[in-house]
Design a protein around this ligand. Structure first.
Ligand code: NAP
Ligand code: ZN
Ligand code: ZN
Length: 395
């Protein structure tokens, strides 16, 4: 899969604005000048007076609440989207609560965005006003490094521009995500969305979908393989659906025995309650591939021991604290321990098209924007069935 994206032409205006902006070291997470002003702009002195309704966290401990943001004017290659639905990813919660120690406040999360195109720039070819469109975890990348050349923009050597909490090269400050009424994104990072599927249930495909589809494809999960999925949350339930659809024998590991019946309905052949050591032991040395989508600290060694010779355990979960790996659990059977981050733009489109062809969507619980804080509390307790999606009409 190879895709070439047009190199972004920076306008004189954006250079001028950028020069006046705070410098944010996104790698170290340190903000080297003042944070954006509350209710005002994205941190720059952009003269655009329009306020777009959004929901933001002002600190790591505050609830999310109403906030006004700016979006850039529609440039030649840009697509303006009225956001209709936005999924709630556990990454939103990690970021809002500064669990990865890099959050710039105010923080407007949201990277599972679907909506309707309301305007397009002169050079836009893929979209027209009125089309459905999606935006996932990235809104730009360098487009010239070897990763970008290979369609792996998520691994851009200069760091992809994430949909939220990345440096905003147009307005200054940081990018703001999908808990908002609209967004403006270069068409190279906008996805086509089928009108055959329930739109609210498509939103989570933009992160939970691609984050599980990509590693299952990369490690060639297919018929005849025994595949484990760890954690039945937003990512986990999509992983179960995809692994089943790709023909594997699917075993779901959960800490929540009450999710067993749902796991089977979603496509798992077997369910193992991971606290039950006897049940775990029955699966020792038997898996070709395991995808770990757990959001919190847990014993990764328990799953490494379930891999057969040359089996792979791939981590997509991003717990706050490091995971300890016992070396013997890897070397004994030449096991592999890997990681994977979302997916490239072309692969995200491939996944969306696959879902449209196979009728795959997320199982969602639709909420209004003022329920988002409560939704976060339920997410921490593992009580999501299986993705919250915000109805943006409520904002
Ligand atoms: P989620 O919906 O909250 O699901 C996480 C699941 O993990 C829970 O439903 C629960 O499943 C299990 N779990 C939670 N606490 C646990 C604990 N203490 N011990 C064992 N299991 C526990 O979260 P999500 O949105 O799917 O995201 C999962 C993780 O992936 C997050 O860390 C997120 O930041 C990360 N993520 C990574 C990428 C990437 O590109 N790699 C993309 C998106 C998200 P059971 O009840 O079944 O045990
Ligand atoms: Zn996400
Ligand atoms: Zn790049």
């Amino acid at each position: 899969m190879k895709m070439k994206i047009k190199t972004h032409q920076k306008s004189e205006k954006s250079d001028r604005i950028k020069a006046a902006q705070p410098s944010i070291n996104l790698r170290s997470g340190s903000l080297t000048t003042a944070t954006p002003r509350f209710g005002s702009t994205n941190g720059g002195d952009h003269p655009n007076p329009r306020g777009i309704k959004a929901y933001a966290a002002q600190t790591a401990t505050a609830s999310l609440g109403p906030f006004a943001i700016q979006r850039r004017d529609v440039g030649d290659n840009d697509v303006q989207i009225e956001i209709l639905y936005c999924g709630v990813c556990h990454s939103d919660l990690h970021m809002v609560r500064n669990e990865w120690h890099q959050t710039v406040y105010p923080c407007v999360p949201g990277h599972e965005i679907v909506g309707r195109v309301t305007a397009v720039g002169r050079e836009v070819e893929k979209f027209k006003e009125g089309d459905l469109a999606g935006v996932g975890c990235m809104v730009d990348s360098c487009r010239t490094c070897s990763s970008c050349e290979q369609g792996l923009e998520q691994y851009c050597e200069h760091g992809p521009v994430q949909t939220y909490n990345s440096e905003d090269k147009h307005l200054g400050g940081v990018t703001y995500g999908g808990y908002s009424k609209s967004i403006v994104v270069d068409e190279a990072f906008v996805l086509r969305v089928s009108d055959k599927l329930n739109l609210a249930a498509v939103a989570p495909l933009l992160c939970a979908g691609i984050t599980t589809y990509s590693p299952l494809r990369h490690w060639k999960v297919s018929k005849g393989q025994k595949v484990g999925i760890v954690g039945l949350g937003g990512l986990g339930h999509m992983a179960v659906k995809f692994a089943r659809s790709f023909g594997a024998h699917v075993v779901l590991f959960t800490t929540s025995p009450e999710k067993g019946a749902d796991a089977i309905r979603l496509g798992a052949h077997e369910v193992v309650v991971s606290k039950d050591q006897g049940e775990m032991n029955k699966h020792l040395n038997s898996f070709d591939f395991i995808l770990d989508a757990v959001s919190a600290e847990h014993d990764i060694n328990a799953y490494l021991n379930l891999l057969k010779v040359d089996g792979t355990l791939t981590l997509v979960g991003l717990p706050e604290k490091p995971l300890g790996i016992a070396a013997f659990n890897l070397i004994g059977r030449r096991r592999q321990f890997a990681g994977s981050m979302i997916g490239g733009i072309a692969e995200t489109q491939e996944m969306l098209d696959y879902c449209a062809d196979h009728g795959i969507v997320s199982d969602v619980e639709l909420i209004s924007i003022d329920q988002v804080n409560e939704a976060y509390e339920r997410m921490v307790k593992g009580q999501v069935k299986y993705r919250f999606v915000i109805d943006m009409a409520s904002l």
